[in-house]
Write a protein that binds this ligand. Structure first.
Ligand SMILES: *[C@@H]1O[C@H](CO)[C@@H](O)[C@H](O)[C@H]1NC(C)=O
Ligand SMILES: *[C@@H]1O[C@H](CO)[C@@H](O)[C@H](O)[C@H]1NC(C)=O
Ligand SMILES: *[C@@H]1O[C@H](CO)[C@@H](O)[C@H](O)[C@H]1NC(C)=O
Ligand SMILES: *[C@@H]1O[C@H](CO)[C@@H](O)[C@H](O)[C@H]1NC(C)=O
Ligand SMILES: *[C@@H]1O[C@H](CO)[C@@H](O)[C@H](O)[C@H]1NC(C)=O
Length: 356
């Protein structure tokens, strides 16, 4: 999910502390004592598999210009049509449903595991999955369309590198190379020579796309026709996440806590930002959630009314100097929605398997 180590440095610079614990007895205690060890073994296996897989080759030119124009049209049609698949089997959304949004780039092998984990989850039949793609790929589409366990919809980021490889967000001819020094850039006369980021690097199309896609997607999701009267929770995942079987049940318990004990909890997170792998076993032995001011970007959940507040803070997101979306998003809460608290799950229900 994070693409750079610089971000980790930034995280350490802002030590924030947990100021309140809540223990949700006895329901969670029972829940957490369930034997998760099988799943843990599988989780390890997933990691080993995914580590050994190489990334797709992004430079491969699959589409030439005329194909690309057709693709732009096709994507525009898809986005207009907003076809919810499997709705005839699982019924329309109600306020007790769950909307799960998944940002998908190109890592098919991770997505396969995420979908499998979702398929095994309790109550998944009441959820709507929204797949938001920035790469149109037949194999990915085929995988998504094989889903039988709940309703889903696909949306496509219309300003992707795939569609615009030689202009923004792709690498334009006059864009400065990411790793050139300022002097080199000025000598070269490239366009953004005077606008390197805080680490002295120039724009990286992939990282830039991730942030723009995230913001587009969140806007788009709340605008979807099928969500117009939906007031419930929206969970944000990424293609390289993995969920545990009871994650929906636990999320509903968290929602109850916000109603009765934490009205300022704007954001729920299904894992803390600590190293989730190392944390896993220890966390499984606790039944704690924390009301905290320590932001977590893992398995973030919020509803439409919170989203409306976030939109008002758009400048805090858009003008934040970031390699991805998550620190920008955190900045919204730190600099604009300052009264917010977060409700963070100690025993994670969402895991991050990817290496980036
Ligand atoms: C995964 O790899 C680690 C070391 O890389 C090894 O200790 C572990 O047994 C492996 N797990 C599985 C399920 O193969
Ligand atoms: C990616 O594909 C391009 C064109 O097919 C090829 O020249 C390049 O070597 C490939 N890169 C990797 C890392 O496989
Ligand atoms: C959700 O609740 C609101 C009122 O709070 C209602 O207007 C709306 O129709 C409900 N939506 C669904 C999908 O049930
Ligand atoms: C930037 O990276 C490219 C390829 O990774 C390399 O060929 C080039 O020398 C680097 N330039 C600088 C200024 O480091
Ligand atoms: C949305 O979440 C906020 C913050 O947790 C909460 O105060 C509000 O009641 C929620 N809205 C609905 C309609 O559930």
């Amino acid at each position: 999910m994070r693409h750079t180590t610089a971000a980790d440095v930034r995280l350490k610079r802002i030590p924030r502390y947990v100021f309140c614990f809540l223990t949700i007895f006895p329901v969670l205690l029972m829940l957490f004592s369930l034997p998760f060890l099988d799943e843990l073994a599988e989780f390890n296996f997933q990691r080993n598999v995914s580590k050994s897989m190489s990334l797709y080759n992004l430079t491969e030119k699959k589409y030439d210009d005329s194909n690309r124009r057709r693709l732009i049209e096709q994507i525009s049609l898809f986005n207009k049509e907003q076809k919810v698949k499997n709705e005839e089997i699982f019924g329309t959304l109600n306020n007790y449903s769950l909307v799960i949004v998944i940002q998908v780039n190109i890592r098919l092998h991770y997505l396969r595991y995420l979908i499998r984990s979702l398929g095994q989850a309790q109550d998944i039949d009441k959820a709507l999955l929204v797949f938001s793609h920035d790469f149109f790929d037949e194999n990915i589409n085929h995988l998504v369309n094989s889903i039988k366990f709940c309703k889903f919809i696909q949306i496509f980021y219309p300003h992707s590198i795939q569609l615009y490889p030689n202009v923004f967000p792709g690498q334009g001819l006059k864009d400065c190379p990411r790793n050139s020094t300022k002097d080199e850039a000025i000598q070269m006369g490239c366009l953004n020579a005077f606008n390197s980021d805080r680490n002295g690097n120039y724009r990286n199309p992939q990282l830039c796309q991730a942030k723009h896609h995230w913001w587009w997607k969140a806007n788009r999701v709340f605008d979807l026709a099928s969500l117009q009267s939906y007031k419930g929770l929206v969970l944000f995942l990424e293609e390289d996440n993995y969920v545990l079987k009871d994650f929906i049940h636990v999320l509903k318990l968290m929602e109850e806590i916000t109603k009765y004990s934490c009205r300022h909890c704007k954001l729920l997170a299904m894992a803390s930002n600590s190293n989730t792998e190392a944390y896993y076993k220890a966390a499984m032995q606790t039944s704690k959630v924390a009301i905290t001011d320590r932001f977590s970007n893992y398995g973030m959940v919020f509803n439409r009314s919170v989203w409306k507040e976030i939109i008002k803070c758009k400048y805090s997101f858009c003008f934040y100097d970031d390699y991805n979306f998550d620190f920008s998003f955190r900045n919204v809460f730190l600099s604009c929605m300052k009264e917010s608290h977060f409700l963070v799950l100690y025993a994670a229900r969402v895991f991050h398997l990817g290496a980036w």
